[in-house]
Design a protein around this ligand. Structure first.
Ligand code: SF4
Ligand code: FES
Length: 247
């Protein structure tokens, strides 16, 4: 009896060589326990060594294997073939980013934006030597969810605002700003506010929520952005009502 196969239609593009992106169809063995990344690795090893894509950990940790699978941003190491079998699986590079080659996108725009939100602990008060910043479990819980980001870029790929307005800082960068703003050891909210609530910041978000839907680590960037909006509105009201209290 013929062994079952799965069909993948994979977008190929080599900038500088190909006039435009095109789809190439591959047949791979179908196995219940195979994820899309297994199928791509089979193609690379057995069929077409020129196919280019990124991966590393194979366990949803490194964030490097994101791609459009069946028109949805997914991690290829966490998406099983059995979800789609027996129909064809469409595999494309993440939307909203320039294609570097085949399924690899250029995320330079995100890397440029990331430092603008100052994603590190900022201290105004000098730390006494040998001091510890103790944190209760409740204080940790305040920001823990927003610290789980693996920079996979699925949220940018799903975000209609980023698709239309690439200047938007975007879901993951803003979720990281919230992660540090909410950390009891941090004193940098004011330093981040200018960027977070500025022209490319939280107020661009129209609360579609697709970023949260596709996030494989349940970071909830949409929730983080709403919290940042609330803080920025409260701070604005404080500045207007108590201008002498501005710091
Ligand atoms: S917020 Fe979620 S979807 Fe966005 S980069 Fe981080 S882990 Fe990926
Ligand atoms: S290979 Fe690391 S997240 Fe998929």
């Amino acid at each position: 009896m013929a062994r079952p196969t799965a069909e993948l239609r994979v977008l190929r593009y080599h900038p500088g060589r190909d006039a435009s992106p095109y789809f190439q169809t591959y047949q791979v063995p179908y196995r219940e326990d195979w994820v899309v990344l297994d199928a791509l690795n089979y193609i690379k090893d057995q069929v077409d060594g020129s196919l280019t894509y990124r991966w590393s950990c194979r366990m949803g940790v490194c964030g490097s294997c994101g791609m459009m699978i069946d028109r949805t941003p997914r991690l290829s190491c966490a998406t099983f073939l059995r979800e789609f079998h027996p129909r064809t699986i469409w595999v494309e590079p993440l939307a909203n980013f320039p294609i570097a080659r085949d399924l690899v996108v250029d995320i330079g725009d995100f890397m440029d934006k990331l430092p603008r939100v100052k994603p590190w602990l900022i201290r105004r008060d000098p730390d006494p030597e040998s001091s510890e910043h103790l944190q209760t479990p409740e204080q940790l819980e305040d920001y823990r969810q927003f610290s789980m980001c693996i920079n996979c870029m699925l949220c940018y790929s799903a975000c209609p605002v980023y698709a239309l307005e690439p200047r938007f800082l975007g879901p993951a960068a803003l979720a990281l700003a919230a992660r540090y703003d909410l950390d009891s050891r941090d004193q940098g909210r004011k330093a981040r506010r200018e960027v977070v609530a500025g022209p490319d910041g939280v107020w661009d978000c129209t609360l579609v929520g697709e970023c949260t839907t596709v996030c494989p680590k349940h970071v909830d960037p949409a929730g983080a952005i709403q919290r940042l909006k609330l803080h920025s509105a409260l701070q604005w009201a404080r500045d207007v009502l108590v201008p002498w209290g501005r710091r």
